[in-house]
Write a protein that binds this ligand. Sequence first.
Ligand code: A3P
Length: 292
Amino acid sequence: DFKNTDDYTTTNVINGIKYPPHVKRENLEALAKFDLRDDDIVIVAFPKSGTNWVLEIVTKTLVTSGKIGASSSDDILDKGKLEFQYSHELRPRHVILQECASPRVISTHLNLDSVPPGISNPQNKVKIIVVMRNPKDTVVSYYHFGQKCRSLDGRKPLPPWDEYFRIFLEGKNTYGCYFDHVLGWWQRRDDPHFLFLKYEDMKKDLPNAVRTVAAFLQVNLDDASIETIAHACTFANMKGILDNSRIYDRTVNARKGLVGDWKTMFTDEQKKLFDQKCKTKLEGSGLHFDFE
Ligand code: A3P
């Protein structure tokens, strides 16, 4: 259905990248002047890479160590991304953030070129956590998420999976080409302001991920606290929070939480095409992903 595809690829394009309707041009432009604070913590991820998971780990780490109150953790968790403004919201998130108490936990799906300069080229003490997930599971998660959001909103559904797969492979999906997105952020891998986390590593050893986050945030936690946070942040234990969240981005968020779910959608031919694309785009970058 080309009509459907065309509609999907051409609406709300800003600087050559398609965005969902709650990302508006004037808000993206205003981000050039967004002021970062020394104690800001920024979580960056391509959509469906585990953004909410890391947000939960970071807030639980800050609450446990007493850096933020338990009540403000709810505030943080129920706020959208830096670039969002839903149709029912009078003010964009970047404006509301100016009034938030420190330390702020800011999350975004934007690429390196679209974020405020204080994030792409941080000075002072701003801490940035980049979350990455293997692209096969990311595209499958994004597809299911998109269908669900669109049906809740009464928007046109996404094209069928085969067509969506092709759009993603060509980088014409919302938030732009996955590979360019991760490679952009990966340029900052040696910068001490940045921590890179991978979804698959977090699945393998969550306490270790919590320990890494705490060390990066310079927060002292004993082993028992680390275990408690990791336990609270397993998929099963987070699913309730995500399902009951007041904001829509989170209510449709918790789906399966698995590594390798792409196998339920990919045909052999799609696997071949995708592997080829990964090779072309990632070869020589030093960036590798686990797919199972
Ligand atoms: P699936 O659709 O594969 O289940 P984001 O927060 O960036 O939108 O990412 C959403 C993905 O992260 C979803 O993937 C969601 O289920 C998964 N996720 C959320 N919390 C998780 C957790 N605690 N453990 C594992 N995966 C989690």
